[in-house]
Design a protein. Structure first.
Length: 136
């Protein structure tokens, strides 16, 4: 009985398709510094594919971007896969404590941060901070 349940669950998961990707450009070393040097405001999302908190954040960020295209037009969104880049210079220099961390950067300053927060109002406030800095 348990074997059948496992096999059905595994098949359903495989057919469901891939997990949502984080709603930003995939991080490569130097990308954030390049965007900052170009004068952009950068919204950095440290995520993993298997993290339920990260998926909740991703859904909220995507919904907010759909509601207000100014976010995408003015802010550079960068997604950092924590499983790959947790020991990167970027993660170390920003003292990122864990996956599901969202950070807004402009120039050489951190403008805001959320660690493991999923409330829409909180994420919107951080995105509004990024948009405000980008359009000031």
């Amino acid at each position: 009985m348990y074997r059948r349940t496992f096999l059905i669950s595994a098949a359903a998961t495989a057919l469901a398709g891939p997990v949502l990707a984080s709603p930003g450009e995939a991080y490569t070393p130097g990308l954030v510094q390049k965007e900052l040097a170009a004068g952009r405001t950068v919204f950095v999302d440290f995520y993993t594919d298997w993290c339920t908190t990260c998926r909740s954040q991703e859904r909220t960020i995507s919904a907010l971007k759909a509601e207000n295209p100014d976010y995408t037009a003015n802010v550079s969104f960068v997604s950092v896969d924590w499983d790959v880049h947790s020991n990167s210079n970027l993660a170390k220099s920003l003292n990122i404590p864990r996956r599901s961390t969202l950070v807004v950067l402009r120039g050489n300053k951190e403008l805001g941060r959320i660690v493991a927060g999923t409330r829409k109002a909180e994420i919107k406030a951080l995105m509004d901070t990024a948009l405000g800095a980008a359009t000031a």
